[in-house]
Design a protein around this ligand. Structure first.
Ligand SMILES: Cc1cc2nc3c(=O)[nH]c(=O)nc-3n(C[C@H](O)[C@H](O)[C@H](O)COP(=O)(O)OP(=O)(O)OC[C@H]3O[C@@H](n4cnc5c(N)ncnc54)[C@H](O)[C@@H]3O)c2cc1C
Length: 401
């Protein structure tokens, strides 16, 4: 088989790129390879579904440039396709008095990034979300953050892409690349020759980029996101996304509430190191081959305390257990008790990218390319929110070649 564009991975990024490519090159032959039986079995189908406002990201970064526009387009996608969307808005609250300067920094960054933000006093907070605790009495209100439905988005997006003429090959895993011949071999058998390849393989993207001879300084570190649910009979009414104020240097957003479109309230996710690219639970997905490298990279970050990682490792490690998780929830919502929570089956893995030269995790999306391939590395949050403008950015990068 010989085609113009080969897309590796049919998560939200691979599908959004397929859609954009087909718009720009209607006559091109485009194939998206997906190793699972259907699209969206990894990060794109296991996330919180938050349409982020773009408030956290360093001005000028890809995340800051793509997230705000992405949220508008993703919300529009929901509405045009009749997919439920909860336009609930988000509260950011300081959990300690020492967080007050972090809150000011977040407020300033929101303004720079063009995100609507307001300051709330104790009375406003009590009126808006009475269960929420603030150590200073103040909080921030971000009205434009919403919660969508990732699984339904993936399904409609896959349908639209197929209808436009892109072939999605499910159960087709790329296993080998002959870069000089521009040909890939599938694990299930069969070869495909391509003009240009786009690697959107999420948790496997760094490994595939290395096969193409690119991005060798980057290696993936997976972090496990576990969720709990608030029981419907807990008697605790929550209507908004409620997040702790975080230090902008840290890598995680902290345990927060997500009011899903089906009415369930999720708490989480954690960001606990995993020892395999698909290490979702127990021994399932644990990689004996890759775990030593992952432990070494984590150890390096711990030793150098990159981005305050030591404190984060300690904090996140505790949250793996019910008691530590409950502690984090109660810092935000003091009335929640252990019997109000139930563990949820949803588990996602964040594909964080470790830069071996700097010995630290990267915060922005990374795109590596040469004349015949492009690789999307570290497509962590808010890649789901940013998917449509991110796809345009990728196509523009390809055009430069
Ligand atoms: C717990 C958690 C919560 C999150 N919450 C949010 C949120 O609220 N808002 C937000 O914007 N973002 C969120 N994110 C991030 C978001 O989910 C991801 O950034 C996004 O889904 C990445 O999409 P992707 O297409 O790059 O990766 P994926 O969805 O992982 O897709 C990659 C695909 O490639 C396939 N693949 C891999 N290797 C091969 C191969 N060799 N051959 C063929 N196919 C292959 C995989 O099977 C997979 O389907 C969250 C992530 C996690 C883990």
């Amino acid at each position: 088989m010989s085609i113009d564009f080969l897309i590796i991975g049919a998560g939200v990024i691979g599908l959004a790129v397929a859609r954009e490519l087909k718009r720009r090159h209607p006559a091109a032959a485009i194939v998206a390879l997906e190793k699972e039986a259907a699209p969206g079995r990894h990060s794109s189908g296991r996330n919180s579904g938050v349409l982020h406002s773009g408030l956290y990201y360093a001005p000028g970064s890809l995340k800051a440039r793509l997230c705000r526009q992405g949220a508008l387009e993703m919300a529009d996608w929901h509405e045009r396709h009749g997919i439920p969307l909860n336009r609930c808005g988000k509260i950011l609250t300081p959990l300690a008095v020492e967080d007050a300067p972090h809150m000011e920094r977040l407020y300033a960054r929101a303004k720079i990034n063009g995100v609507r933000v307001e300051k709330l006093d104790a009375q406003d907070l009590k009126t808006l979300e009475p269960e929420t605790r603030s150590a200073t009495g103040e909080a921030l209100w971000i009205p434009d953050t919403a919660v969508g439905a990732p699984a339904e988005v993936l399904k409609t997006l896959a349908d639209e892409v197929r209808a436009a003429g892109v072939e999605i090959h499910n159960g087709a895993e790329l296993a080998r690349v002959d870069v000089a011949a521009r040909q890939v071999t599938l694990k299930q058998g069969g070869r495909i020759s391509f003009g240009y390849a786009i690697n959107a393989a999420g948790l496997h993207a760094d490994r595939i980029a290395h096969w193409f001879g690119l991005g060798k300084r980057y290696a993936l570190l997976p972090f496990k996101g576990l969720y709990w649910k608030l029981k419907a009979d807990a008697g605790i009414r929550l209507e908004h996304l409620i997040y702790p104020v975080m230090d902008l240097r840290t890598l995680t957003l902290g345990i927060h509430t997500t009011p899903a479109t089906d009415g369930a309230i999720y708490l989480g996710p954690t960001a606990v190191p995993a020892l395999g690219r698909e290490h979702y639970g127990g021994l399932r997905g644990l990689s004996l081959l890759e775990a030593p490298r992952m432990l070494r990279d984590l150890g390096r970050m711990f030793l150098h305390d990159s981005e305050g990682y030591r404190q984060q490792a300690w904090q996140e490690g505790r949250r793996y257990f019910r008691r530590g998780f409950l502690e984090a929830v109660r810092a935000l919502l003091p009335n929640v008790r252990a019997e109000h929570l139930t563990p949820d089956a949803k588990v996602g893995l964040h594909p964080r990218i470790f830069d071996r030269e700097r010995g630290a995790l990267l915060k922005d999306f990374i795109v590596e390319r040469d004349a015949h391939s492009l690789h999307i590395l570290g497509a962590t949050s808010p890649a789901w929110t940013s998917a449509f403008p991110f796809a345009r950015h990728i196509c523009e990068q390809m055009t430069e070649d």
